[in-house]
Design a protein. Structure first.
Lengths: 320, 320
């Protein structure tokens, strides 16, 4: 069975993993630990736990449990002091307290949810994501970066503080992978933060696995405004240290003009500007329907389709 | 397989159920729904859910899941807005919201915890337990009753408001039981509230099952001060409408003088004053060690022993 390692965090990872779950592959999700917004941020601040939100999404994506249990994980309390907390976040935080280890908590939650494969936090140290803009403003935390409209005017650096040790299992997974999938996902908030962890870029460069980069569908206004595929590739390559990718998967389908207009304020569709044999141009667009997963609704309606994404990835796996 | 129905709620039920779980019997726990203190009270008030606390304890008692999962259910968050909430209560409340039904929530939680038998809330309606004292003071809610020091001066009535319909499954279970176990447990806060639900007393009187009354070990100061076995029996009989019991199980062992002295403020040991062939006098005392279950620590250290209690109950079951 081929070993497929998916690196990301949040909704982008969710979509890819949910699609790949149906296939006969050995799946590992490596998850960014920079989240500090919403329910996750409150739990970090009040309980001193590691951020559960992105891990929760990956666990749900890989879960073979009942629909009810998956809904439960994403259920958000509506009232009182619990208001806004997702149940799955509380589960992971309570498990971290009971087991004394976030890794163990993720493993136990994985058993409860009958997940296919495994979910690994990229680091098990408390870190904050920070960014210094060209105007010298420092963005403190993933949430502030996520909300910033000034990143496209240039930034000096993005880093994790304190500089974290990698989870050793992550290095092992990258080393023994047959295929490594990077993206899609929040560019400065999920995809790049994984690469910022000590040892990850090095492991990626050394790994014999084939590597596929899945470009985001949409630019994010104020962040990646005007980016084309070459910009994404160049920027991630600068963090990895060399261009490691064997395949670059890019969406070639167009959403309706209505929808593009509706989302014009959030950002525009990413265009391909590379003429390169590594480029795979395919229809990757998901249906534009509302989902019961609140996170998906809030963050993006023009999004990748789980099945189409997985089909394209599996074409490569079958070829290995 | 003999059908054993245990009626109570809270810690008393927990001890009996945990012991009976090891035996080859068809177990049902019927649980009082009057709790409104602590984490349970906050969830009732803020989320409008039914009280999860006593149900949680019964689920844990009957669980065949890992020790970790059972610890998780009883884990209480320590800080922030979540402080004081037990994880199991949050699980039941979230499941109630996701499924739209408390009964369904209890059933699903039972599956997650691999419970032996079943746990049934005595009613699925929102009720408050109230008590009118002889001095005309009205105690509003289970918590106020639990904390009152004036009940032993006499009360006019104890009732649930609004007068609740019984959970129909409860009547079925009582009807088809081979043995019904009532007690031990909080006298005015767990044991009697079950009998106050419309139809329960009637079903108990009609049931062909053998009935065993397990007398509490300790009186509760300000509540059952000076009670002997005859007082307990007389009072519960007044709510059931007739003396239905075939066996009355009473502790015959004495804790150390040290411990009795230490707990003198809480109450004194219950003495038997009945000369009746239904009385079974046995050593039912548990070890006086600290338990990791916070609820047990807080409420009582002189308590029944799960194994001894179950052994005595099983002697009767084997005789049926």
């Amino acid at each position: 069975m081929k070993k497929v390692v998916v690196i990301g965090g949040g909704t982008g990872n969710f979509v890819a993993l949910r699609g790949l779950k149906r296939y006969d592959v050995d799946l590992t999700a490596i998850v960014s630990m920079a989240d500090d917004g919403g329910s996750t941020g409150i739990l970090r601040d009040e309980l001193g736990v590691l951020p559960p939100g992105d891990v929760r999404q990956c666990l749900v994506a890989l879960s073979n449990s009942s629909r009810l249990l998956r809904s439960l994980m994403n259920y958000r309390f509506e009232n009182g002091n619990l208001g806004g907390h997702s149940f799955g976040n509380l589960l992971l935080s309570a498990l971290e307290k009971v087991t004394g280890s976030f890794e163990k908590a993720v493993e136990e939650a994985g058993k409860l949810l009958f997940i296919k494969g495994k979910v690994l936090p990229v680091t098990v140290h408390q870190v904050r994501l920070k960014m210094i803009l060209n105007n010298r403003k420092i963005l403190e935390g993933e949430k502030e970066i996520y909300l910033s409209q000034d990143i496209d005017k240039g930034y000096k650096s993005i880093y994790l503080e304190p500089y974290p040790k990698v989870n050793p299992s992550v290095i092992e997974e990258i080393k023994h992978a047959d295929l490594i999938v990077i993206g899609p996902g929040g560019w400065y908030t999920s995809v790049i933060p994984n690469i910022l962890v000590d040892g990850v870029a090095d492991a990626l460069r050394k790994s014999q696995a084939k590597k596929i980069f899945i470009n985001n569908l949409m630019n994010r206004r104020g962040q990646t405004t005007g980016f084309k595929v070459s910009h994404y590739l160049k920027e991630i390559t600068s963090y990895i240290g060399e261009d490691i990718f064997d395949y670059i998967l890019v969406n070639g389908a167009k959403p309706s003009e209505d929808l593009i207009e509706k989302y014009a304020e959030e950002g525009e569709l990413v265009e391909n500007n590379i003429d390169d044999e590594r480029i795979i141009l395919a229809d990757l667009l998901g249906p534009m329907i509302l989902s019961s997963n609140h996170d998906l609704i809030r963050r993006n309606l023009i999004r990748h389709d789980s099945k189409k994404l997985a089909q394209e990835i599996m074409k490569i796996v079958d070829y290995l």
